[in-house]
Design a protein around this ligand. Structure first.
Ligand code: B12
Length: 143
């Protein structure tokens, strides 16, 4: 029996219209053997939750480029938990806050929201995909 490919929901949060990285992420994840469900731009937190529920997602990759993520991501983990989806891996990346802030501060903020991994201003999607496979195998650890 072949193993099922990891199911990943990806999309850009808020009223953010930056789409280029989203497309690149889809291609990179598919090339790595993942099944990708792409919500594209302009999503509310509940769109990610609904999609994760529908496709029985293993992970959600949230993008924020214009920085709205700081606002919209705050309650996402809680919404997932309410749907019984607390086990879903939650990653965020892009330019996830407005303005220039120290990376450590940004990472701490999103970890506080319940995100497993935070990639603020890190263009190397390959590193995140390696982390994904590690987390899928061993479960998320504290970083
Ligand atoms: C092109 C661009 C635009 C285009 C977007 C066209 C389109 N439809 O995509 C246009 C001109 C429309 C635009 C508009 C705006 N933009 Co603009 N834009 C850019 C620019 C120059 C490049 C973005 C891009 O395509 N990069 C290439 C892709 C491949 O990289 P990426 O998006 O970063 O994605 C990669 C990584 O970040 C990572 N990644 C992304 N998401 C995730 C998620 C996970 C989980 C992981 C692991 C990794 C990951 O992987 C991707 C692939 O390598 C950036 C500056 C920059 N150099 O990044 C500003 C930038 C993103 N824009 C910015 C702003 C402010 C705006 C506007 C608000 C401007 C305005 N006042 O109108 C509007 C946004 C309106 C809106 N509703 O969102 C700011 C955001 C600042 C902030 N966060 O504080 C930036 C950073 C410019 C700046 N330095 O000020 N923009």
């Amino acid at each position: 029996m072949p193993q099922q490919p990891p199911r990943i929901v990806i999309g850009v949060i808020g009223d953010d219209i930056h789409i280029v990285g989203n497309r690149i992420m889809q291609l990179a994840l598919e090339e790595s053997g993942c099944q990708v469900f792409n919500l594209r731009t302009r999503n509310r937190p509940e769109h990610f939750c609904q999609a994760a529920l529908e496709v029985n997602a293993d992970a959600i990759f949230v993008s924020s480029l214009n920085g709205e993520g700081e606002y919209w991501c705050a309650g996402l983990r809680e919404q997932l938990q309410r749907l019984g989806l607390g086990r879903v891996l939650l990653y965020v990346g892009g330019n996830v806050v407005v303005g220039n802030r120290p990376e450590a501060e940004v990472v701490a903020l999103f970890k506080g929201y319940g995100f497993d991994r935070v990639y603020h201003q890190r263009p190397d999607i390959g590193a995140a995909i390696n982390d994904l496979f590690e987390d899928l195998q061993h479960g998320p650890t504290q970083h």
